[in-house]
Design a protein around this ligand. Structure first.
Ligand code: ADP
Length: 435
């Protein structure tokens, strides 16, 4: 791995970055093949050819082409680099084929280069690879099947020369082929992995969409049901109320209608909260927690005439942090509202305690009551959409679902502890970005 990095830096420099992985691999392969050209031609010069003409000249020329290709890669001129190395390679292979006996096996490079061209130009530029393959075939025929030769075939070659050349040609073409195939399998493996990852992502998204769809179906069904049922009740009350015999009786019916309308209004506000939470962006602003909680508590004491409940707010006045005020308020209103709704009328001393503290970059807020409590079997489900923990629940079962979604959107969470008949304690944790 370390060696691969050294080569990568050598071919591309440290600052060059190629976005597409297959293209990156192709460019690297161009570099490797160019380096192989340089090394192989030096080996030919030193081991076999020596300073003889034209071999020495041809080997030097190909070394130069290899170095120039590496330079072009380093400068980011990838297409010119690829064209150069193949044009150079085909020309020099052709010249060697036309002057050397076929037993040296130099023609094998036409095959290696044709496969290399396909690998380097890739599927998108495959026409270039085909052009090079055809050129290779034409040059092969020109060299071996016609008497024509660029350089006159005057030289004679010893058996040792042919033998050594054959061995070297075999070794170099083997290395080049392995390099090219390695590249192809690597790109292939990468594509397979990417495909598998994409497939897994698509499946995950599919699951989420199915879940959302089911939720939406339930939502639409329950919302339409819950929106219509108070209307039926109100129509019923109006039908009876029409025949009220005196003002007191009529007032009783009006007050019943008012209660239903309030519940209806509350439910619609919950739906708006739900919609707002899922659609609108978070809007951070500074919140003074004590004041916020106190104002929610005040709303409840005035609105609900719950003056028999002892509200205890023990929040340090200096807790001030940045969060989405409207969302935080919506969660707290829900938790405090539930504590009010589900208090235990039979208890002499009813309390609702809201406390808060800082903990590890978070604000922990507890809303505790000594109300009806929740049975253990319901505890895990009370945050589900439309879940009511008891038959005489006074709401739609949406409140805690929205509260949890909203807390999650704030980067926080809600948990609950409760004992049936004794009371309930909700813990809301939200991140605190201190002012
Ligand atoms: P709802 O609109 O019915 O109040 P929520 O989602 O707010 O719906 O609450 C789900 C259920 O959890 C309620 O129906 C109620 O039975 C139970 N619950 C919530 N908060 C409390 C609490 N503080 N004390 C007792 N029961 C509670």
């Amino acid at each position: 791995m370390q060696l691969a990095r050294v080569f990568r830096n050598f071919f591309l420099g440290k600052n060059q970055y190629i976005n597409s992985r297959p293209e990156f691999k192709r460019v690297l392969l161009t570099g490797y093949l160019a380096l192989l050209c340089v090394v192989a031609n030096w080996t030919y010069m030193i081991v076999i050819d020596g300073p003889s003409f034209p071999n020495f000249f041809l080997n030097s020329l190909f070394c130069f082409i290899g170095i120039l290709t590496m330079l072009l890669v380093r400068l980011g001129k990838y297409t010119i680099a690829k064209l150069l190395i193949f044009t150079g390679a085909y020309s020099i292979i052709y010249v060697f084929c036309s002057i050397e006996p076929f037993q040296t096996g130099v023609s094998i490079y036409f095959v290696v280069c044709s496969i290399g061209a396909l690998a380097l130009f890739g599927y998108e530029q495959r026409h270039m690879a085909f052009i090079f393959a055809i050129i290779g075939a034409i040059l092969f025929c020109l060299a071996y099947l016609t008497p024509f030769s660029l350089i006159p075939r005057t030289q004679t070659y010893t058996d040792e020369y042919i033998y050594a050349n054959f061995i070297l040609n075999f070794i170099v073409s083997l290395i080049a082929s392995v390099l090219i195939l390695l590249f192809m399998t690597d790109v292939n493996r990468y594509s397979e992995k990417t495909l598998e990852k994409k497939e897994a992502e698509a499946q995950e998204r599919n699951k989420e969409l199915t879940k959302l769809n089911t939720e939406l179906d339930r939502f639409v069904y329950s919302v339409s049901h819950d929106l219509r049922s108070p209307l039926a009740t109100i129509t019923g009350i109006v039908n009876i109320g029409k025949y009220a015999e005196n003002l007191d009786e009529a007032k009783k019916y009006f007050s019943m209608i008012e209660n239903r309308l309030k519940a209806q209004d509350f439910f619609i506000r919950e739906i708006i909260d739900f919609y707002r939470n899922s659609r609108t962006e978070i809007n951070y602003e500074s919140v003074r927690l004590f004041e916020e909680v106190q104002s929610i508590v005040n709303e409840h004491t005035y609105n609900e005439n719950q003056n028999t409940i002892d509200y205890q707010v023990s929040i340090p006045h200096d807790i001030q942090f940045k969060t989405d005020k409207i969302r935080l308020r919506s969660v707290l209103t829900n938790l405090i509202g539930n504590a009010v709704k589900y208090h235990d009328l039979s208890k002499m001393e009813k309390f609702i305690r809201v406390a808060a503290s800082r903990n590890n970059g978070h604000i922990e807020i507890t809303v505790e009551d000594n109300g009806q409590g929740i049975g253990e079997e319901h505890l895990k489900k009370i945050f589900d959409m439309f879940y009511r923990a008891s038959t005489d629940s006074k709401g739609s079962g949406l409140g805690l679902f929205i509260a949890r979604e909203t807390a999650t959107k704030l980067g926080g969470k809600i948990s609950v502890e409760s004992i049936l008949g004794e009371g309930t304690k909700f813990l809301l944790t939200v991140p605190a970005e201190v002012n």
